[in-house]
Design a protein around this ligand. Structure first.
Ligand code: PLP
Length: 372
């Protein structure tokens, strides 16, 4: 098969031909033409959150986790104390990286099929004044659950605590408006809902806290304050930029604007998600989450109860039919995940459901009904 398979994963994801073509050019990292792309891209990113008055945006080389790590290292003083509400795998990762960078981290556990409770965060901040920052995962990609960003932001503001948001899988799809919501940092990346290719992250940092971040980071590479100062002086990245990734993201962002921006992207992903869940329901599959807490980003399905089910074979069957699925990330129940994001629409989601039906047939499994 010479056609690229459709990636139903939470990044990397399927990109448009225009975005891929933007990578067929070499750029010099010192060159004014490339610096102009970086500047234009930073402006467009600030447009998306209406953040020009309140925030700067600092790009960083690497996958999304690099930017989360850099945001914590840059924003949180070395004697800071971070509260991490935890309802899934990416929350646990944020707690771990905070600790590994030598900051005190307190994890506040929640059920994996429920959103984080802003009231519980409120109580915890009340009870422990030593907490300086909260790290919130906006959409917990491990399950697909949406956490209450606005409510947690209001709680942090009330207590005068810094808020660092991992909006990796929600940015550009779910609404985030810096004029209505106070956050000290918000992290996203090139290869998620903006539909660029993976290779860089970017962090919105509140101007009011930016100067106070100087010297916080214990790492040379993971220092967003230094990256920002250098970029301000020279227009250049501190170290070798991922030039092709930047060019692709610039092109992907132009298409994002042409499509109608965040509301249009949310509408397409919501339609993808509904098409997927309805189609899978016809095959007997059951989503792990209740509809009210399901973000239209990625859907976790229970594995079929049938004895012949085996994720590896299921995955291979779907792959042969042109679709890349994603394994589950839960320890207690067997699941698999299907992404709704990327340069795909209703046709691709319907085709994916057909591929799953065909694969079940091949495996001798009558339907996708889970246990119980
Ligand atoms: C994708 C993602 C990340 C970053 O993962 P990388 O593998 O480092 O790109 C972080 N947080 C969330 C919620 C994500 O969805």
């Amino acid at each position: 098969m010479d056609r690229d398979r459709i990636l139903l994963t939470p990044g990397p994801l399927t990109t448009t031909l225009r975005t891929k073509l933007a990578m067929l050019k070499d750029w010099g990292s010192w060159d004014a033409d490339f610096n102009a792309i970086t500047a234009r891209l930073r402006g467009r990113l600030l447009d998306i959150v209406q953040g020009h008055d309140t925030h700067v945006v600092v790009p960083l080389q690497g996958s999304g986790t690099f930017s989360v790590e850099a945001a914590v290292a840059t924003l949180v003083p070395r004697d800071g104390h971070v509260l991490v509400p935890d309802n899934g795998a990416y929350c646990k990762r944020a707690g771990k990286l905070t600790q590994m960078m030598g900051r005190k981290a307190t994890v506040l556990p929640f059920a994996e099929d429920q959103p984080v409770s802003a009231a519980a965060v409120d109580q915890r901040l009340q009870a422990d004044p030593s907490i300086t920052h909260v790290v919130l995962i906006h959409c917990e990609t491990g399950t697909g659950v949406e956490n209450p960003l606005a409510a947690v932001a209001a709680v942090c503001r009330k207590h005068g605590k810094g808020l660092i948001v991992d909006a990796m899988s929600s940015f550009a799809a779910l609404p985030i408006d810096a004029r209505e919501l106070q956050f000290d940092a918000l992290v996203a990346a090139s290869g998620k809902c903006l539909e660029g290719v993976p290779g860089m992250g970017f962090v919105f940092i509140r101007k009011a806290v930016l100067d106070g971040c100087a010297g916080n980071s214990q790492s040379l590479a993971m220092d967003l304050h230094d990256q920002h100062v250098y970029m301000g002086k020279t227009g250049q990245w501190r170290f070798t930029p991922p030039t092709h990734v930047v060019a692709a993201l610039d092109e992907a962002t132009a298409q994002f604007v042409e499509e109608g921006g965040q509301p249009a992207r949310l509408a397409r992903y919501t339609d993808n998600c509904r098409t997927l869940i309805d189609g899978m329901a016809r095959l007997g599959f059951k989503p792990f989450l209740q509809p009210a807490v399901q973000a239209p980003i990625i859907v976790t399905f229970h594995a079929p109860a049938h004895a012949a089910y085996d994720f590896k074979r299921f995955y291979e069957g779907a792959k042969q039919r042109g679709f890349i699925l994603y394994p589950g990330k839960l320890t207690e129940v067997e699941t698999f995940r299907v992404g709704c994001i990327g340069a795909i629409g209703r046709n691709e989601m319907n085709q994916a459901v057909h591929a799953v039906a065909d694969t079940l047939r091949e495996m001798g499994i009558p339907d996708g009904r889970p246990a119980r």
